[in-house]
Design a protein around this ligand. Structure first.
Ligand SMILES: NC(=O)c1ccc[n+]([C@@H]2O[C@H](COP(=O)([O-])OP(=O)(O)OC[C@H]3O[C@@H](n4cnc5c(N)ncnc54)[C@H](OP(=O)(O)O)[C@@H]3O)[C@@H](O)[C@H]2O)c1
Length: 305
């Protein structure tokens, strides 16, 4: 039995996930009517279910957050097959349905489409060269979406955390700092920690603009996972040693780009700027209250104890 859906201006697919939840909150705050669909009630791999969701909601905009984001899990045989089905086939199918009904589509993608060898931040026109199965499936999804729906906008983002109360890297660091004498965190991957509610507000802005193609959207500035962890503890007033380790020492199954900083100049030219990551992190920490959610979000490399 599926949850019923009412008419709304915006439909968020993958609405139970990290960014999906942030989007529902941002839409509510902005007074935008919004509906969400996710597993298990709505399996968007089922084209008929996706079609019924679009018909029931009749949105002017769809923001597709549905994805398989377990970067290491994607490296297994079963994970690989699932990753391409969800991150590429589902995305392309949804784009076809949206194009046929004249619905604007924003599709989320990732910094992991790049190999990380560029010394500078990556621009939208830089050539993707994903190294992981996850990154490859997401790149395939970008291509499928833009081919099926030339009016779609692919939004690449990175290193998401928030809203408060969910498993994420920040909560994992705070939990480990309570449990361990010291932390070990990767210091040879650079990116831009991005507050999902900040990105959600930017996405609502992008939904109203006629921009198509690809745009990069992260909080401003960059750091390593080690730098991010240290800042989390510093801003939380927690004194705990954070030792720097290498990606090789961590030994995760999926390769990650050493540099995946995204150049957000196109976003700025569209009139949208996300605040510096340190400022966003401060706001997250100030707003999270006492109830830390334990665990590590699968996306980022887990801090090692
Ligand atoms: N998290 C990051 O750091 C990060 C970084 C860069 C880009 N992104 C991109 O940003 C987007 C949102 O990421 P996120 O972190 O919010 O992901 P998330 O928390 O994993 O949420 C994705 C949601 O999609 C759902 N989903 C999977 N298969 C589905 C299907 N067949 N039908 C309907 N829903 C389905 C998932 O359900 P289940 O959990 O039940 O599978 C989950 O609730 C993704 O496109 C991701 O690639 C994320």
């Amino acid at each position: 039995m599926r949850t019923s859906l009412g008419r709304a201006e915006l439909l968020v697919t993958g609405s139970a996930g990290m960014l999906g939840q942030a989007l529902l909150g941002a839409a509510h705050a902005a007074g935008t009517t919004c509906a969400g669909v996710d597993l298990p009630d709505w399996d968007l791999l089922d084209t008929e279910a996706a079609r019924r969701a679009l018909e029931a909601v009749a949105p002017s905009v769809v923001i597709n957050c549905a994805a398989l984001t377990d970067v290491d899990g994607c490296e297994t045989a079963a994970g690989r097959e699932a990753a391409f089905r969800v991150n590429a086939t589902l995305a392309g199918g949804l784009a076809r349905l949206c194009a046929a009904s004249g619905i604007r589509l924003l599709h989320l993608s990732t910094d992991y489409v790049f190999d990380g060898t560029r010394a500078e931040p990556y621009r939208e026109e830089d050539t993707p060269n994903p190294k992981s199965v996850y990154g490859t499936s997401k790149r395939r999804g970008e291509e499928a979406v833009l081919e099926a729906h030339p009016g779609a906008l692919v939004v690449r983002t990175a290193w998401l955390y928030g809203p408060a109360g969910r498993k994420n890297f920040v909560e994992a660091i705070l939990r480990l700092a309570r449990e361990r004498e010291f932390l070990e965190v990767v210091d040879d991957q650079r990116g831009s920690p991005t507050h999902a509610p900040d990105l959600a507000r930017a996405l609502l802005g992008l939904a109203r603009l006629p921009a198509t193609g690809i745009v990069h959207a992260t909080n401003a500035g960059s750091t390593t996972w080690h730098g991010f962890a240290r800042k989390i503890l510093e801003l939380s007033g927690v004194a705990r040693e954070v030792r720097a380790i290498t990606t090789t020492q961590l030994g995760r199954p999926a390769p990650r780009p050493a540099n995946s900083v995204l150049d957000c100049a196109r976003l700025a030219a569209l009139g949208i700027r996300l605040r510096p990551w340190e400022e966003a992190l401060g706001a997250y920490l100030a707003g999270r209250g006492g109830g830390a959610a334990p665990g590590v979000q699968p996306g980022p490399p887990a801090p090692r104890a």
